[in-house]
Design a protein around this ligand. Sequence first.
Ligand SMILES: N[C@H](CCC[C@H](N)C(=O)O)C(=O)O
Length: 273
Amino acid sequence: MNRIPFWKMQGSGNDFVLIDHRRSFISDGERAGFARKVCAPKFGVGADGLIFLESSATVDFRWRFFNADGSEAEMCGNGGRCAARFAYLHGIAGEKMAFETLAGVIHAEVLDRRVKLELSPPHGLRLGLEIPLSAKTWTGHFINTGVPHVVLPLADLEAAPVTEVGRAIRFHSLFEPAGTNVNFIRRSGFRELQVRTYERGVEAETLACGTGSVAAALIASRLWGMASPVVVHPASGETLKIYFDAAGDIFRSVFLEGGAAVVFQGELWRDEL
Ligand SMILES: N[C@H](CCC[C@H](N)C(=O)O)C(=O)O
């Protein structure tokens, strides 16, 4: 199979290539390298991640998510919304669906051009982590919202050292071996946050991170008593809504709602990538 149909989609500015695996036949061993090629700017399509949709024996479909560097991640909030809308528009699932991920089964509902995802239960909450870096020690908060996230409140978000400090914390020994995503957050309203994210596996700041926005909202609820629903504005300026039930350090019924736009569709010429 040398010509592989794909869709390019974006969720709040986080962009993805999506492939119906039933029409691609990329073997398991080839996927990481294929993801790097497809996600590469200039030589590839250019994207933050590559998503394969596959058949599932138990729910509507299964997905495999690969970051731009070829690493496979358990979950992706923005990518999950795009996969849900892709599945709906391809007739793989109805408006309400469920799909298998390495973070568990994710339930989704397509609402025209927006999608509402129910995330797997957040876990591993650790508040007030001292993170010593060469220049200074940062105080951060950790939570896993399908993938690991450190959240750092910072008043001057415009001047946030997202790449320098984001990369240092992403690779810090405190978070080995999996590493972590790093989110700088600022309160911008009664129930509103602004978030900038350094993403593991993209190894750069992205315009939005869905699971990072959820992490920011849940940490804001613990630190500042921010109640559900929390509105998050990622670097793209788009709007994400996070709904949750909180009881101390336990979060239940966590939903992420946001856009999932189809940008274009095309065909990958595999032997020329
Ligand atoms: N880069 C992340 C996966 C994608 C998360 C992000 N794009 C989202 O929307 O949640 C990681 O490897 O932990």
